[in-house]
Design a protein around this ligand. Structure first.
Ligand code: C2O
Ligand code: CU
Length: 482
């Protein structure tokens, strides 16, 4: 059930520091262990009770805001499971605004299509007063999360999200763990929320928040064991902001990307688009010394969290963090794999293609923005009419391996997310990246990236930019696996 890590509040000024150059990371550590074996038998029941709950998070400086949350106990629930556990969820829509429907998407989890939580694509929307049940066994260990999938710019902007952690991936236990969720809040001068979607934001890099936070704190501070290997599950749960994460005061290695183990490699800085996660291991300093996680992407580097080391050192010897267990994602077979090309562009020339979908008559306006600034293969979501779903961007054969060539032909960054699968990184013509799996990949301007995966699950799988204003102004589609 939702738990919450205790947080110690403290003031902490982000000093003016020079930005660290991005150094390409090279694989150096020990290879991941054998994949974890699921242990069936346990069922975890979860209630996600969505409602408006005005509250003052510590970063709001005492002023309550009308947050939308899944729980009365915490603004951001953290659900922890073991591999093999069955998760049974009841979603209750306690929002009162007419038509404000919900559905839960389990971001990064390879669940069956019926559990994927996209209104009008994989399920009926859950209207205010309604409920909906989800029931699945997560197939992978790792750091995942969940959020809604319609009017996400506002629902996520008001806080509606939670973290989902599937344990069992450690080959050797670390000495501690922190879960850090980084996000902004769009708060106006009057203390209320600013508009979540703006035309200038949506047409460019998004509308940034005015108040930054980690776990709801403006200056998050934690105590960690000294001289120890501490795991950090770092989440970018912002709708908009890209982070460039570095660590000061400790050696650090990346051990997982989007929940999937990598050969540990030293962290120089790592660019994290929205919805992306990394797992880090830090060798903490001696008693009393501190470590800072920093976002270097901004003119004035921002401190994500300060970790203060306490106690007698736990480890001696050089820093050589234990790898995690390898992912259970099927290995693509590249021989004879078909390559499909997708172009991510702005819509000057985008032609809308519409095809009526008879499965969900009466689709409402909530899912459909009338602004279409962005496209995938010249198709925008939605197509012109507010009562039609576009056809799939591609139809794939179940069980076959596909290479997707993702081309960003715009001037903006796009964190591109694919539901239901994890992509294996093959190549990029703009970034040097280590071998890894990811459900969300950050395309830099003009980048062409190749990824591969096995289309082993049937369904209509969403494929979209996770910069939510781009998603809601057209950069969304789906791929059908039959
Ligand atoms: Cu995290 Cu379709 O989204
Ligand atoms: Cu985008």
């Amino acid at each position: 059930m939702p738990t919450r890590r205790s947080v110690l509040a403290a003031a902490c000024g982000a000093g003016a520091l020079l930005a660290a150059p991005f150094r390409p990371a090279r694989a150096e550590g020990r290879p991941p262990g054998a994949p974890a074996e699921p242990r069936p038998g346990r069922t975890v029941d979860l209630v996600l009770d969505a409602a408006e709950r005005p509250q003052a998070l510590p970063c709001f400086a005492g002023k309550p805001l009308p947050l939308w949350t899944f729980s009365a106990d915490t603004a951001l629930p953290i659900v922890r499971l073991g591999l093999g556990d069955r998760l049974r969820t009841r979603l209750v829509n306690g929002l009162t605004r007419p038509g404000e429907h919900l559905a839960i998407h389990w971001h990064g989890l390879r669940v069956p299509i019926a559990q994927d939580g996209v209104p009008y694509i994989s399920q009926r929307p859950v209207e205010p007063g309604g409920t909906c049940d989800y029931d699945f066994v997560p197939p992978d260990t790792g750091s995942f999360f969940f959020h809604t999938h319609c009017n996400t710019v506002e629902q996520l902007g008001r806080g509606l999200a939670g973290l989902l952690i599937v344990e069992g991936d450690e080959t050797e236990p670390y000495d501690g763990e922190l879960v850090l969720a980084v996000r902004d809040w769009r708060i106006g001068e009057d203390g209320g929320f600013l508009p979540f979607l703006t035309d200038t934001g949506a047409g460019n890099a998004g509308s940034f928040g005015t108040v930054r936070s980690t776990n709801g704190e403006a200056a998050a501070r934690f105590e960690v064991p000294a001289g120890a290997d501490v795991r950090i599950r770092l989440y970018n749960v912002d709708p908009t902001r890209i982070l460039e994460v570095g660590v000061e005061g400790a050696e650090a290695a990346v051990v997982a990307i989007d929940g999937h183990a990598v050969v540990p490699f030293p962290l120089a800085t790592w660019r994290m688009g929205t919805a992306m996660r990394i797992d880090l291991v830090l060798r903490t300093p001696a008693d009393g010394a501190s470590v800072r996680l920093i976002d270097w992407r901004v003119a004035e580097p921002w401190t994500i969290a300060t970790l203060v080391a306490r106690g007698a050192p736990k480890r001696r010897g050089a820093f050589d963090p234990a790898p995690l267990r390898a992912s259970r994602v099927p290995e693509p077979d590249l021989r004879g794999a078909e390559t499909l090309r997708f172009e991510f562009a702005s819509t000057a020339a985008a032609a809308a293609v519409a095809a009526t979908d008879e499965r969900f008559p009466g689709i409402d306006d909530l899912c459909l923005s009338d602004r279409t600034f962005w496209s995938i293969n010249k198709t925008t979501w939605p197509a012109d009419g507010h009562h039609a779903l576009p056809p799939p961007l591609a139809v794939l054969r179940r069980g076959a391996t596909y290479v997707f060539e993702l081309s960003n032909i715009s001037k903006q960054f796009h964190p591109i997310h694919f539901h239901g699968f994890a992509w294996r990184f093959l190549s990029s013509d703009r970034q040097e990246l280590p071998p890894h799996l990811a459900d969300t990949v950050l395309l830099v301007p003009r980048e062409k990236r190749r990824v591969a995966f096995v289309a082993d699950a049937p369904g209509d799988w969403m494929f979209h930019c996770h910069l939510i204003e781009h998603q809601e102004t057209g950069m969304m589609g789906y791929v059908r696996v039959v």
